[in-house]
Design a protein around this ligand. Structure first.
Ligand code: SF4
Length: 343
């Protein structure tokens, strides 16, 4: 586990309402009986608590633009945090209504994913690692190197502060004890201080499990038997509708095998590795224009703004920028390790 103060981003999760119900959603969308919306007081507290944090502040959901006070949230952020430190993760749902506000507040990092690409995948987070891995030493080793924790974000939601965004979502759904108090510098503590959350939630999670994933567009979540009972107990509407598939295999040997070449960061379905490294800037531009053709209702500069935060064209942006315009990322801007992007 890497210390939270070394992460590149902390998400403030202002709602878990969403217009989609993707398979294996890391925010448990579809399993909550009622969405939450963070109140402005809590949001301000969350922003203040991150004073001194070196990384970016992300606004995320669910779909953050569904928050009824989204304009006020942007205003508050504008007042307190320079735009180069802010990012938003959106499906573009209210882009027409909020485009100017979003451009003003998050001009350096708008991460757009309309989840329309069937090649995108979510790690089966509802398969409890504790149920499918017999060798507990292996289990804790996988958890200690969880790619979500190492390359993504701690999170703050209306229940407090969490070392990991998936654990934060789990705490809401499972009616957990809540996170740490959202006070200044909570993120500056050492990893051992977050051990209780790790013990409570990582065992129930499948993010650290090297295994094959299905498309986000699949109707069913993959879930282990113990978690299925837990989800039923907590009244998951998606489970009640039968939108799940039980996964009850012992995975020790398969995991040892898959672990060697596992690259879970590739969940957005883009070909990476040698192939992508050899692509010329011109080919990246063609990829971008292909996307422009698919989303004709956006102006070219808007699509660029929206997509430079996403995986495909984020890569376009980063590579072109690094190759042609600059040697180092601009000061004060933030970007994920290896230029990876998600959601
Ligand atoms: S195993 Fe799950 S809860 Fe634990 S750090 Fe990874 S994503 Fe978060």
């Amino acid at each position: 586990m890497i210390p939270l103060y070394k992460t590149w981003l902390i998400q403030i999760e202002i709602t878990n309402a969403c217009t989609f119900q993707c398979a294996n959603c890391t925010r448990y969308v579809g399993h909550h009986r009622k969405p939450y919306f963070m109140d402005l007081g809590m949001f301000e507290k969350a922003v203040d608590s991150l004073k001194g944090y070196h990384g970016g502040i992300g606004i995320m959901g669910g779909e953050p633009t569904l928050h009824p006070e989204f304009p006020q949230i942007c205003e508050l952020l504008n007042r307190k945090v320079p735009p180069q430190k802010c990012g938003i993760w959106t499906s573009g749902y209210k882009w027409r209504e909020y485009r100017n506000l979003i451009k003003k507040t998050f001009k350096y990092a708008v991460s757009f994913n309309d989840h329309s690409d069937p090649n995108q995948k979510h790690q089966p987070v509802f398969v409890a690692i504790d149920e499918v891995i017999r060798d507990k030493k292996l289990m804790w080793d996988l958890i200690d190197h969880c790619w979500v924790q190492e390359t993504w974000s701690p999170a703050i939601n209306h229940k407090g502060a969490f070392f990991c965004e998936v654990a934060a979502a789990m705490d809401i759904f499972l009616d957990g004890p809540g996170g740490y108090p959202v006070e200044r510098g909570w993120w500056a503590r050492e990893p051992e201080d977050f051990r209780d959350q790790v013990e409570r939630y990582c065992r129930l999670c499948g993010a650290a499990l090297p295994m094959e994933c299905s498309s986000n567009r699949e109707a069913a979540d993959l879930i282990s038997p113990g978690n299925l009972e837990l989800f039923k107990k907590h009244g998951s509407p998606k489970i009640a509708r039968g939108r799940y598939q039980v996964f009850d295999r012992v995975m020790d040997d398969r995991v040892r095998e898959l672990r060697k070449d596992w690259s879970p960061q590739n969940y957005l379905g883009v070909r990476t590795g040698r192939f992508i490294k050899k692509l010329l800037p011109l080919q990246y531009i063609l990829l971008f224009l292909g996307e422009f053709r698919r989303k004709k209702d956006l102006k070219l500069d808007e699509l660029w703004l929206l997509n430079r935060g996403t995986y495909n064209t984020r890569r376009v942006w980063i590579r072109i920028k690094r190759k042609l315009f600059e040697k180092k990322p601009p000061r004060g801007n933030f970007s994920p390790p290896n230029g990876e992007e998600r959601k």
